[in-house]
Ligand binder design. Structure first.
Ligand SMILES: C[S@@+](CC[C@H](N)C(=O)[O-])C[C@H]1O[C@@H](n2cnc3c(N)ncnc32)[C@H](O)[C@@H]1O
Length: 158
């Protein structure tokens, strides 16, 4: 796995063509993410709905885990940069989708003009106030605005 070490490398790597060796891994990860907790997938779908309102060139996901939800964005033609401190599980990378191994705090200046997304990381491991960005979209906040703590749709409760 190649990991960018500067903002210039982000631009270069995100456009690098995908190689055959990685193809099976992409498919394996997409299958896995479809089977992964539906709650997390649904949160990422809520994030996507918000992102599509002004369709940026790129999103940056803080606490991206294995980049397993990247396909939701890259399928829409949006580049995806995943950042996670835990790089031990061989995260998914392909053309349009890269991974940065390390804490967001180390690279936050790189992405201050980007749309930042996060689910169960910003607001938990990183304070919202620490995030530098054009726009911050949090999956867990979107879920809370849609569902109550029992998982019931809020509109059905009123
Ligand atoms: C609860 S998991 C959520 C993963 C994924 N966003 C999801 O919803 O399935 C939180 C993730 O944040 C990562 N994380 C924690 N602190 C971080 C930091 N300072 N910078 C980047 N990632 C961090 C963890 O390694 C972990 O993968």
């Amino acid at each position: 796995m190649n990991v960018p070490t500067s903002y210039g490398e982000v631009e270069e790597m995100i456009r690098a063509p995908i190689n055959d060796k990685d193809r099976w891994w992409i498919n394996a990860n997409i299958d896995d993410s479809l089977n992964h907790g539906h709650v997390n997938l649904e949160s990422y779908q809520l994030i996507l709905e918000e992102v599509l309102k002004d369709k940026p060139k790129r999103v940056v996901d803080i606490g991206s885990n294995l980049n397993q939800y990247a396909y939701l964005f890259t399928n829409e033609g949006i580049e995806y940069v995943g950042i996670d401190v835990n790089a031990s599980m061989n995260p998914l990378t392909y053309q349009g989708c890269i991974f940065i191994a390390g804490g967001y705090e180390q690279v936050r200046e790189w992405f201050k003009d980007d749309v930042i997304i996060s689910h169960l990381c910003v607001g938990y491991f990183i304070e919202k106030e620490e995030v530098l960005c054009k726009r911050l979209i949090l999956g867990d906040e979107l879920r809370r605005s849609k569902y109550d703590k029992y998982g019931h749709h809020r509109k059905e409760c009123v």
